[in-house]
Design a protein around this ligand. Structure first.
Ligand code: AMP
Ligand code: ZN
Length: 108
């Protein structure tokens, strides 16, 4: 847990949210400023800065995060979607807690 991290605050319920999906290891929330008609964030509960900070021991967790995108695509449902993670401020990362953007233009 990082004290000044907005996603850690959401995960610890200091900031209320309505998770679309939650497991012991991850949470899925709607993005507060959607960039597409469907825009969810897939967030591990453990504070990891970004992809560059991942370790070999995070393999299972990373598999779970991607498989949640599969599940989301079935729930929405969306056969076409983008799964994006920004790594570093210069690449557009603004929240330094690893997350994947799940973006879809329309339910299809
Ligand atoms: P990135 O710029 O890739 O780090 O993405 C961070 C995302 O988090 C942005 O799309 C923001 O709109 C989103 N965001 C920031 N604060 C919140 C919040 N409190 N609840 C939901 N999404 C948020
Ligand atoms: Zn965090």
């Amino acid at each position: 847990m990082s004290l000044d991290c907005v996603f850690c605050k959401i995960i610890s319920k200091q900031i209320p949210s309505q998770p679309l999906l939650e497991t012991d290891d991850l949470i899925v929330i709607k993005d507060i400023a959607p960039q597409a008609p469907i825009h969810y964030l897939i967030i591990p509960k453990r504070h990891i800065t970004n992809v560059a900070a991942l370790q070999l021991s995070d393999r299972d967790l990373m598999g779970d995060l991607i498989l949640v995108a599969t599940k989301l695509s079935q729930m929405v449902p969306a056969s076409a979607f983008r799964l994006i993670t920004n790594n570093g401020a210069a690449a557009g990362q603004s929240v330094f807690h690893l997350h994947f953007h799940f973006l879809a233009d329309k339910a299809n």
